[in-house]
Design a protein around this ligand. Structure first.
Ligand code: GAR
Length: 203
């Protein structure tokens, strides 16, 4: 099977990026992280990539006249590195038509809630404030909505009475680190079949 090239988009800490890089390096995913791009130059995720010897660069939206120009440059970088799949890993921006058009059906995201509940920012806190008894995380393909694309995989965690937002966030993150590499692996093994809103795993 051809080893795929991943492009990972980040904005901050990069713990999900780290799990994906580690799974690739360990041969658990038939892929390599070819390039990491951040919209913030001080993202620790860039440091993680460089430590692993992976090309890492910051692209600042303010350096471009508009979002299309910003995304066009990102598309060029991704294409230059032969990227097959784009993984959003704590990338805190909506993907616009330029990036979406260039990688249609080939962009994945991890979201820290059980979609379609609690899309958008601060999902863990939204769920905690709402008072749900269970929350979790979702890996999905990206479409033109906010966290609305076809769901690939979810994991559920309980919310306890004495939880703080931080405790819940940590419990969810543990599951993110498990299911994101797993979903990327299935994609790279050509095992994901998208039928409308449903994503099936080829057996
Ligand atoms: C993760 O919890 C991820 O699910 C979330 O940001 C965090 C990034 O952590 N993403 C979103 O909220 C996207 N809307 P990381 O940088 O350590 O992977």
């Amino acid at each position: 099977m051809e080893r795929k090239n991943l492009g990972v988009l980040v904005s901050g800490r990069g713990s999900n990026l780290q799990c994906i890089m580690d799974a690739c390096a360990a041969g658990k995913i038939p892929a390599r992280v070819a390039v990491v791009i951040s919209d913030h130059s001080d993202a620790y995720a860039l440091e993680r990539a460089r430590q692993a010897g992976i090309p890492a660069l910051a692209v600042n939206m303010r350096d471009y006249p508009d979002k299309a120009g910003y995304e066009l440059y990102i598309v060029e970088v991704l294409q230059k590195h032969g990227v097959h799949l784009v993984c959003l890993a704590g990338y805190m921006r909506l993907v616009g038509p330029t990036l979406l058009g260039a990688f249609a059906g080939r962009i994945m995201n991890i979201h820290p809630a059980l979609l379609p509940s609690f899309p958008g920012l601060h999902a863990q806190e939204q769920a905690w404030r709402y008072g749900v008894k269970y929350s979790g995380c979702t890996v999905h393909f990206v479409d033109d909505g906010m966290d609305t694309g076809p769901i690939i995989m979810q994991a559920v965690v309980p919310v306890y009475d004495d939880d703080t937002v931080d405790m819940l966030t940590e419990r969810i993150l543990e599951q993110e680190h498990r299911i994101y590499p797993e979903a990327v692996k299935l994609y790279c093994e050509d095992k994901l079949i998208v039928e409308g809103r449903r994503v099936r795993v080829r057996v």
